[in-house]
Structures are given as C-alpha cells and as structure tokens.
Design a protein around this ligand. Structure first.
Ligand code: ADP
Ligand code: ZN
Length: 521
C-alpha cells in the first residue's frame, strides 16, 4: 500500500481516494504545483492535507473563511493531526502560542488568513522556517478569491504571488470550486500557476434534476413544488431579506415547516434555525444567499429559487447544496422577465466601474440564456464549465421539450448586423441598429446608412435581446471580454447565416396583465 493510501485509511478513515484525489496527492507530495478545480463536496481538502503529512515541515493553508478554518482544524485535531490556525479571531496570547508551536516545528498544518500571511511578521517567520526546510507546501484554498470580477474577490489574494517569488522551491496547490474558463485563467495567471498541472473534476451532478418555470403566481407555484417533497429538507432562495421573511411566514401558514434565514436576523435566531435545519427532518429553510456556505447536510432534497440568481456560478453553487448524498434531488427556479429587468437595474445602479458593470451584465445574460434555453439545461451548465455532455434526460427540457418560436429570420439579421458593424459591439447597440434607432452613437458611427439599419423594426426590443442571448448561449456568437463585451461571429454561425439552418427560441409565455402593470410578482 502506498504511503498516501496508508494515511488516507489510518488518519482519515476512508478506504479509497475519490476521483483524482490520489493523483493530486502524489503530484503535490512529489513537489510539483497543481491547480485543482473540483465542485463543492468533491473532496478538495484531502488533496493538500495528505501531502502535508507526507512531506517534511509545516503545510501552510491559506483560507479566507474563519469559520471553515476552525471546522477544518478541529476535524484534523480529532484525527490526531497537529493542526492550528492564525486569524483575527485569536487573542494575542493564543496566536503567540500557535506561532511558537509552529516555529519549533510542532505543526503539520497551519491555516492562515491571507492578510495574516502577508504581514511582515508572518513573512519573516516563513523565511525563517523556509531556511531550515520547514515549509512542506502552500495550499491556496478558495483560489477564485483572486479574481477581481468574482463575488468573493479578496485583494490580499493578488499578493499571494509573493509565495512563488520568495519560495520558488516550495510546491503550491491552488483549489477552487469556481471554474468558468475566465476565472480559471485568471487564477493561473495571478498566482503564477500557468505551468502547474491542472486537475479538473467533472462538475456534473447527475442526481440533480433541473427545472425552471416562468412566473405565474410564484407563491402558489412554490407551494405546489414544495408539496412534491413532503417531509423533505430543502432550501428556498430569495433575493431580499424582506421576501425571505414573507415567504417563510406564508409557507408556515400553509403548514410547511419553514424557517427564515438572513444576515439581518439576530445571531441566536440564525444559529437556532441552522441547528434545526441540520438536526430536524423536513425543515425548509427560506434564505438569502447568506445561508449555505460551509453547511454540510447530505440529504437536502431540493433547492428552489424564487428570484433569479446573480450568475450561473451562483446558481450552480446554490443548487449544488441539494443531493450531496447522491440520491435524487431537484433544483427548481421560478423566473420572470421582471427579475431580469430588476437585476439589470441593480447592476446599473451599483457602485462598480464600467468594466464591472459590463461583466456583471454579461454574467446575467449568460444566466438568462440558460433560463430561456429550449434544449438540455445540463448541457448548458456543463458547457459553461468547459465540459461537453449529451442531453441528460433529467431536466425539464429533456423530459418535456418546451414550445418554441421560429426566429430564423431575426437570428440571421442579427448575425449579419454583427458582421456589418465589424464585430465590435454588444447586444444593446446592435438592437438599436436593427430597430433603426438613430441614437447619437449610431449617428456618430455612421451606422444609419448600413443595409441592416432598421431591418428589424418589426421585432420588439425584448425579443431581440432574447435572440441575442440565445445566439450567445448556443455558441453562434462569442463575447469578447477584452473588447468591452463585443459580439463576434463563430464558425457555428455560418450555416445559419447562409440560410442552411433554422433557429428557434422558447415561446415567450403569455404576457400576464401583472407584467404589463410593471409588477412581476
Ligand atoms: P470540498 O472542500 O471539495 O467541498 P471536502 O474536502 O470538504 O470537499 O470534502 C467533502 C466531504 O467528502 C467531506 O465530508 C469529506 O470527509 C468527504 N470525503 C473526501 N474525500 C473522501 C474520500 N476519499 N472518501 C470518502 N469521503 C471523502
Ligand atoms: Zn437535460
């Protein structure tokens, strides 16, 4: 039996490695760098914990979340591993004791918050340990925090490149569950891991069934959905605290064991609700996204979204909390055009700079592309994570294909407009040109004289947007993030442009009066 296996069984009590764990452990234990992309619950921790025990010296684990750090360290200590952490939650005396233990070589693993790692004192201590060969490896957990455009950006993560500069001979392993192409490249670049071997686990969660319905009395729709899971534990995500409370109260009135959870509730109440969710059967937690991170409950049978998540990443993370035990689970979402409008407004009114807003808006478009898709949802999700897949047979579109609308003509006009304007603009501008709006920009750029100017005046703005989103979602157009989100034609677009293929989108659902009155809920 290999050394790694021995540690896996005797220290951690597991018979076998999962997926690529074994290969990752050998690679890092052998002194090489790695970039590990694995979904939440995939088993990232062992990938550095076991090499930490195989190599001499202390492994330094950089982690941004104090609560998770504490959990991990307690679990390691229970398994008999010499582990400790340094972060702002420790008193001066306690931190001092940890440092002394570290300096005397008494630790296998030391978890540190990034800001702590970067202070002069800790860097000096690292230098000192390094001189005596005392750093086993660096593990950079939640590595996507280095991405400036993500939700979890931590400026200190950008400075972690000092590790490779100062300690080039110490192996580094960066890990994340956030793995869209852009973030992946950003991690590799910013952490000097372009040469590192990449381990990419599949992000598929085959036991989760995806279902998205258009809003039409969302409370009732939610209740009907929850009724399909009697006595089962689930999470219902809402965007605002107020909606969390209202929804939880309403569900409770209908006899559902529903509890609210959001960051504005008193600490004791939150802890109590979380405790009940974990221990009691069949609790439905109605929550903002403040709930879920680091919660390990294997038998969550459903995750429902009453509001549009902010991104595919977010959706994937949140729905990923269902069915960790591998048994059948459901991810259900109710969405409406008004949600899209609301989120777009939130982005416009946010404090971010233009680049931030543009990226947030592209992210929203990608998500809406998934929501509006007429073909397999799982294929869309996985292609976002760079994985090819067959239609899954376990999502609403596979099970019950939606009614579609033939928009071949509009799609062709859209593509030709992209071409005529030299593939330099985003959807909003292209729609102006197609609809024949003589805006200042259109005039400045002389686009009013194009043959495509105004050829789409008969199609409304909303339909145009969804044609563009679907053209992007299905790979007919690519977004150039380096050029302000410009849309470009891809090879896939050729047959459609030449009139050899048809293009259909989801039949827009009946426009209810409610929508017209400007209220989607
Ligand atoms: P991640 O950090 O990727 O979200 P964790 O490292 O927390 O995942 O692991 C998720 C769960 O899977 C934990 O409960 C862990 O103990 C368990 N686990 C990890 N590796 C194995 C394995 N080889 N065999 C059995 N269980 C494992
Ligand atoms: Zn499917």
């Amino acid at each position: 039996m290999s050394r790694a296996h021995e540690i896996l069984q005797h220290v951690f009590g597991y018979p076998e490695f999962r997926g690529e764990q074994g290969a990752i452990v050998e690679h890092v234990a052998g002194g090489d760098d790695a970039l590990v992309l694995m979904p939440t619950g995939g088993g990232k921790s062992l990938c550095y914990q076991i090499p930490a025990l195989m190599r001499s010296g202390t492994a330094i684990v950089i982690s941004p979340l104090i609560a998770l750090m504490q959990d991990q360290v307690s679990a390691l200590q229970e398994a008999g591993v010499a582990a400790a952490y340094l972060n702002s939650s420790l008193s001066y005396e306690a931190a001092d004791a940890v440092e002394r233990r570290w300096m005397s070589g008494g630790l296998d693993l030391l978890y540190v918050a990034p800001e702590r790692l970067l202070n002069a004192r800790t860097l000096a201590q690292l230098n000192h340990t390094h001189e005596t060969g005392g750093i086993a490896l660096f593990a950079i957990d939640e590595a996507h925090c280095v991405s400036q455009w993500g939700h979890d950006f931590r400026p200190e993560y950008l400075q972690l490149s000092v590790l490779s500069e100062r300690f080039p001979d110490v192996p580094r392993i960066a890990l994340t569950a956030t793995a869209d192409h852009q973030t992946r490249e950003e991690i590799a670049l910013r952490l000097n891991l372009t040469e590192a071997r990449r381990f990419v686990a599949s992000f598929d969660r085959p036991n989760i069934r995806y279902r998205m319905v258009e809003k039409d009395g969302p409370r009732k729709q939610l209740f009907d959905f929850v009724q399909e899971h009697p006595g089962e534990a689930g999470i219902v995500y809402c965007l605002s605290r107020r909606k969390v409370e209202e929804t939880a109260a309403w569900l409770a009135e209908q006899g559902v064991k529903a509890l609210p959870y959001h960051a504005g509730l008193p600490q004791e109440q939150r802890a109590e609700h979380q405790r009940r969710f974990l221990r009691e059967d069949g609790v439905v937690m109605v929550a903002t996204i403040a709930f879920g991170m680091g919660i390990d409950k294997p038998d969550v049978r459903f995750v429902a979204h009453l509001d549009l998540p902010r991104s595919i990443e977010g959706y994937y993370q949140e729905t990923g909390r269902a069915g960790r035990d591998g048994l059948a689970a459901e991810a259900w979402m109710a969405w409406g055009a008004a949600d899209v409008v609301q989120q777009r407004r939130m982005i416009d009114e946010s404090e971010g700079n233009d680049t931030f807003k543009r990226l947030a808006s592209n992210r929203l478009d990608t998500l809406v592309g998934l929501v509006e898709a007429t073909d397999c949802r799982r294929q869309h999700l996985l292609s976002y994570f760079g994985e090819a897949a067959q239609p899954c047979g376990n999502c609403d579109n596979c099970i019950d294909p939606p009614k579609t609308l033939d928009v071949t003509d509009a799609a062709r006009k859209a593509l030709s407009c992209v071409y005529r304007t030299d593939q330099r603009y985003g959807a909003a501008y292209l729609v102006d040109v197609l609809r024949g709006e003589t805006t200042d920009k259109v005039r400045e750029r002389g686009h009013a004289s194009l043959t495509t100017f105004g050829i789409g005046a008969d199609v409304d703005d909303k339909l145009w947007r969804s044609v563009f989103r679907q053209l992007v979602a299905r790979g007919f157009l690519a977004v150039d993030h380096d050029r302000f989100g410009a849309l470009m034609l891809t090879e896939t677009a050729r047959p459609l442009l030449k009139g050899e293929a048809a293009f259909e989108i989801r039949q827009p659902v009946k426009k209810t009066k409610r929508l017209k009155a400007g209220r989607g809920r």
